[in-house]
Design a protein around this ligand. Structure first.
Ligand SMILES: NC(=O)c1ccc[n+]([C@@H]2O[C@H](COP(=O)([O-])OP(=O)(O)OC[C@H]3O[C@@H](n4cnc5c(N)ncnc54)[C@H](O)[C@@H]3O)[C@@H](O)[C@H]2O)c1
Length: 333
């Protein structure tokens, strides 16, 4: 049994909590922490014996691992303190708001010998995992374009940390699109060049962009595209991935819960999976890494590559040119 502390019991902490039950034989939630005591208590009450606290430093001596679901500007300081205290860390994305902070987190994990895993839950979604396996096996020929759409309406109150670009670390692309840049790198390999165009027209509550369009060219001429918006007043695509291959389209409708192969008008359902985040699969992988010492699929180094892509895209957008993305493949860590 691994004793886990949850630090940050807001929206995402609650989403993790609701899926813990499938792992109760492997992990016990020993502590819930939030600066708002009622939030910590509302999580702790679901787990017999769990304590509620408002200061994460109080629990570090009594847990083996922590799940950090905190505002982005706190990822670095809290993550580092936990690793330095000899505690394994599953850290919500994005790893940290600056490259130097990401590097220090990776160093802290190496020094302490404790796992640092970034919670890119999309990597553990059954439809995404099957899609990746089919692309790798070239089951439907060569993939030449992957497009990923995320359309949602997300609006935080003005005093919320996510309304500040400084605390969020950027805009929609950095905060949410980091999942999909990570997936594009995972699916398509080494990026060569790319561009981002973002706007906060339509999402005036965002300090930086609330809508992003990203195009990336990969080695071998493959293309990746991501459209993400927090301003959708209506949607059909919701969360969808289309992988166009030389022998048909693989359509992963994450919100609808289906992976379908479409070839010249005929359709075959390849897999169905409940819509939602499937964070239990991510947590199971974290526990595997703690128990076996294997590096996480979404370790610090590979997660930093995705953020570097985003930072280079942001810089190039501001300078008005195409970003050079060479050297930023997941294998180039
Ligand atoms: N993987 C996903 O799909 C997904 C979805 C949403 C959010 N997230 C991530 O989860 C993290 C948290 O986001 P959220 O939406 O839950 O935010 P939130 O604002 O709902 O929750 C953050 C919580 O942290 C608490 N907090 C703030 N400072 C603290 C401190 N010093 N110690 C303890 N608690 C503290 C707040 O009181 C709040 O309850 C972010 O990294 C975000 O990107 C991931």
């Amino acid at each position: 049994m691994i004793k886990l502390g949850m630090i940050g019991c807001g929206g995402m902490g609650g989403a993790h909590m609701r899926r813990f039950h499938t792992l109760r034989h492997r992990v016990s939630l020993a502590a819930a922490v939030d600066v708002v005591r009622e939030r910590a208590e509302s999580v702790a009450q679901h787990f017999p014996g769990a304590i509620a606290a408002t200061d994460y430093r109080e629990i570090l001596g009594s847990v083996d691992a922590v799940l950090l679901a905190l505002p982005h500007h706190l990822h670095f300081s809290v993550g580092q303190a936990c690793l330095d205290a000899g505690v394994h860390v599953l850290l919500e994305k994005p790893m940290a708001n600056y490259e130097v902070a990401c590097k220090e987190l990776i160093e802290a994990s190496e020094k302490s010998g404790k796992v640092l895993m970034i919670a890119y839950c999309m990597r553990f979604h059954p439809l995404v995992q099957r899609l990746k396996a089919l692309l790798d096996a070239q089951a439907y020929g060569d993939v030449f374009q992957v497009s990923i759409w995320t359309e949602q309406l997300t609006r935080y109150p003005p005093d919320h940390w996510a309304s500040s670009k400084e605390r969020l670390g950027g805009g929609q692309l950095f905060s949410h699109g980091c999942h999909y840049i990570d997936l594009l790198l995972w699916f398509l390999g080494r990026p060569v060049r790319g561009m981002h165009m973002g706007t906060n027209f339509g999402t005036p509550w965002m300090e930086r962009e609330g809508t992003s369009n990203v195009t990336i060219e990969f080695e071998n001429g493959r293309l990746g595209y991501h459209f993400g918006t927090w301003g959708a007043r209506g949607t059909r695509l919701r969360y969808s991935i289309h992988a166009h291959c030389t022998e048909g389209l693989l359509d992963a409708n994450l919100s609808g819960g289906k992976l379908v192969h479409i070839m010249r008008g005929s359709e075959e359902v390849l897999l169905e999976a409940e819509s939602g985040k499937h964070t239990e699969n991510e947590m199971a992988h974290f526990l595997d890494c703690i128990e076996t010492g294997q590096p996480p699929l979404t370790d610090g180094g590979s997660s930093l590559q995705g953020l570097r892509v985003i930072w280079r895209l942001y810089d190039a957008e501001q300078a008005g040119h195409i970003a050079d993305l060479t050297g930023l493949g997941l294998e180039d860590v």
